[in-house]
Design a protein around this ligand. Sequence first.
Ligand SMILES: [Cu+2]
Length: 136
Amino acid sequence: MTPYLLVLLALLAPARAGTVDAVDNAFRPATATVAVGDTVTWRNIGKSPHEVSGGAFASGNLDPGRSYTWTATRAGTFAYVCRYHESIGMKGTLVVRAASSTAHPRTGGDDVALGLLLLGAAAVAGAALRYGWSAR
Ligand SMILES: [Cu+2]
């Protein structure tokens, strides 16, 4: 694989995604930020059933281990609650920014790390091509 192909792969990073964890009894992070086009997944990692309600969200019941996925189609600030635990403060906010080709806030760093790893691999491969292989 050429370094250029690795760089291209890094630039064409696949589907962007954010994750919100539902624990007993809160959403983490309580405020998440994604961009239009991103997919957001709420995972119930607690021991109680939870759900995501309000505005554009309607997960239905989420037993422990289940998740709810939603794709951001427009920018805005969207508040939601878990109706089961709203009275004890289980609520969250999803901020959806307009799609941007530059800075891209996200809820997790996983694909940033992958991109950096690919860029690092490309740099190493480029150096190997330039200095290592030609010295033989
Ligand atoms: Cu709940």
